[in-house]
Design a binder for this molecule. Structure first.
Ligand code: PRX
Length: 652
């Protein structure tokens, strides 16, 4: 974390005084799974008697062997349900079929082109068993990492569940990441197998995923097999010894497969996410604790009922897609909607069309999408019948109260509670929210801790702050779905999460708490941006820029953006003899990381605003990027005049 930011944010001012309080309707409250009294009792028990609490929840699931101890905590390493053995895919599928849900729909999938496919729990189990047998036949063994680089098609979820079933560790890479980002992640995980598709559809155009894998394969030495789902029937290059079609491998495989008993701490998946330093880190989640926490939070936060059609719009490339499109809802036996494409394909009514057509009851989406819809007006959603909806959720970034109110009013018809859920790739499951029938919402504020979560606000020095104050948001004890380590780099795990502030988990957000105990997330206080709900490290983008021959130095900051939340702004110094070509630089960043990291504005500076010790003062660059006057003490700068000169330049 950059020093100046840490200083500036150690005390976060109560900037946003949102006073609206929205109560759930009596009708919702009357049927809600969890009342306020339930929450209070359960929350208390989760902290005072965690073994009883978590043992009770875990006991609702199937264990091949019961755990000996609920928690073993040797800071900063936690093990949950120690000695227990289970299988997440068995719990998501076989167990639910055993409860009589075999003919219930598990997935209802809609392609961007309008194709619809659905799978009952029994059908999904058969597909997962076939894929599990196929991967085994390919030589994939327990503990092996399998990289998935796929569009949001049913085979992506099937592949995840098949890996989970055989004890292979999936690493899903979002399809929007570039060749070099993909190669880094395959290499870091040392995956021998990649599962991809010929192409995925994005806004009507095929995106050539297989071609990217072919390129990435040249940069890594571990890759032995590439399994390719035919999605778009595009032409693909073929390496006979390495490539195999999914349908050739999976279709003929047996649909019978016995799920092995896996240790509770057996690795389930790695998911790469950006941090403030270095390359993206592989966040490692394991079996038992992740299963129990996603099961419980999906059930309680989304107030799940048997007849819900539940839709989380996140791609499986992100943690939300893991926990709340696949694992959490399937563990609960829910009917899960999946949609492959963009929200504006063919127009901004697509989500509402899907809700109307499939009678979706629970919608979980991101503020950036909500703001885009809002920008296109009330008239578009007004054309659709959204009366099936009963609950709305938000995730990924702070939701501004206006967007919250629009979502509540226009999409929810003032009938549906809105749950704003704060959590992270690292936390695995929802940490803060207001349970929908139990508590009122305060637009813009995430709310109260989930079961077993003990949050606090602290200063940089670890001094705990009182109620109605603002500071760094920390978690004071381990919870079942917390990350176990950074894949291959335990030292980084230790330092990043439990070392910044001694003895507590801290992953980079500032927050404030009001007199009712509601937490409002202010945003990241480290050098991590949140662009359209996606995490990007400024250092990653800076490294990408500096790897272009024309750039000698780069500093990247975020600028508030009405739709994306934040947008990327770069300040660069040119190499002697080079001129700045904005288009080439944007294309270069897209190639190095992906389109989501492309700078919206680039400033060519003659020098960076540095302290005498050589540190770039990004705080001032953020002010310039936002078009604000420069405020703060500039006397530590070597040459304060640099700032006025940069501010006077036009961005390219
Ligand atoms: O800054 C917080 C923001 O997203 C970060 C985590 O990003 P990621 O690991 O990609 O996971 C996103 C989906 C869980 C957090 O550190 N964030 C996430 N949800 C919220 C949020 N900020 C405010 N309110 C939220 N509900």
């Amino acid at each position: 974390m950059s020093h100046d930011q840490f200083q500036a944010n150690t005390h976060i001012d109560a900037m946003l005084h949102e006073i609206r309080v929205i109560e759930p309707s009596d009708a919702f409250r009357a049927k809600a799974r969890i009342s306020r009294a339930d929450y209070e009792r359960m929350y208390r028990q989760s902290l005072d008697q965690p073994d009883e609490f978590w043992g009770g929840v875990a006991g609702e699931l199937h264990w091949n062997k019961k755990w000996d101890r609920v928690l073993d905590w040797q800071e900063p390493h936690a093990q949950w349900f120690v000695g227990g053995q289970t299988n997440v895919a068995y719990n998501a599928l076989d167990r639910n079929i055993g409860r009589g849900l075999g003919d219930k729909r598990a997935f209802i999938w809609e392609g961007e082109d309008g194709e619809v496919r659905s799978y009952t729990y029994s059908e999904l189990l058969r597909e997962v068993c076939k894929a599990a047998n196929a991967l085994t036949a390919l030589g994939v063994q327990q503990g092996d990492r399998v990289t998935l680089y796929m569009p949001l098609i049913p085979e992506a979820a099937i592949a995840m569940l098949a890996c989970a079933r055989i004890g292979a560790v999936h690493s899903v890479i979002f399809g929007g990441f570039s060749v070099s980002a993909l190669a880094d992640r395959i290499g870091n995980a040392q995956s021998r197998v990649v599962i991809t598709a010929d192409a995925g559809y994005r806004r009507g155009k095929p995106v050539d995923l297989k071609a990217n894998v072919d390129q990435a394969a040249k940069a890594v030495s571990c890759l032995e097999k590439v399994v390719v789902v035919r999605r778009a029937a595009t032409e693909v290059a073929w390496d006979e010894g390495r490539d195999v079609w999914w349908h050739d491998l999976v279709d003929g495989a047996s649909d019978q497969h016995e799920a092995p008993a896996l240790d509770s701490e057996h690795p389930l998946f790695v998911l790469y996410t950006s941090g403030s330093t270095g390359k993206p880190k592989g966040v490692l989640h394991t079996t038992g604790g992740y299963m129990v926490a996603t099961y419980l939070t999906t059930q309680t936060v989304f107030d799940l009922r048997d007849d819900d059609i539940y839709w989380c719009t996140a791609d499986v490339g992100w943690i939300t897609g893991h926990s709340y499109s696949v694992y959490g809802p399937l563990l609960n036996g829910a009917a899960v909607m999946l949609y492959e494409g963009a929200p504006n394909q063919p127009d901004w009514g697509r989500f509402w069309d899907i809700i109307q057509k499939h009678r979706v009851t629970v919608l979980y989406t991101a503020p950036t999408a909500i703001r885009s819809f809002m920008q296109h007006g009330d008239e578009i959603p007004g054309r659709y019948d959204l009366s099936s909806l009963r609950l709305l959720g938000s995730v990924g970034e702070p939701i501004n109260p206006e967007a919250w109110m629009w979502y509540y009013r226009v999409i929810g018809g003032e009938r549906c509670p809105v749950v704003d859920t704060w959590w992270q790739t690292e936390t695995g499951s929802i940490m803060l929210t207001t349970l929908p029938g139990a508590f009122p919402s305060k637009p813009g504020s995430a709310g109260l801790p989930m079961f077993g979560v003990e949050p606090a606000l602290m200063t940089r020095e670890g001094e705990e702050l009182g109620a109605d104050d603002g500071g760094l948001l920390v978690i004071k004890r381990p919870w079942p779905s917390m990350l176990r380590t950074v894949y291959g780099d335990d030292e980084r795990y230790r330092k990043t999460y439990w070392g910044e502030i001694p003895h507590v988990y801290f992953a980079g957000d500032g927050a404030r708490r009001d007199a009712d105990g509601y937490y409002t997330i202010v945003g990241r206080v480290d050098d991590v941006l949140n662009v359209s709900g996606h995490r990007l490290g400024t250092m990653e983008i800076e490294s990408a820029l500096v790897s272009h021959p024309s750039v000698s130095e780069a500093a990247v900051v975020g600028r508030p953006d009405a739709v994306k939340g934040e947008s990327v702004v770069a300040f660069i110094l040119l190499q002697d003899g080079h001129s700045a070509d904005a288009q080439a630089l944007r294309a270069h960043v897209t190639r190095e990381i992906g389109a989501l990291a492309r700078p919206d504005a680039i400033y060519v500076a003659e020098a960076m605003p540095k302290t005498r010790s050589g540190k770039i003062m990004r705080r001032f660059l953020r002010q310039i990027a936002a078009g604000q006057a420069i405020e703060g003490d500039t006397s530590t700068l070597e040459d304060p005049g640099v700032l006025t000169r940069i501010a006077a330049t036009a961005a390219i």
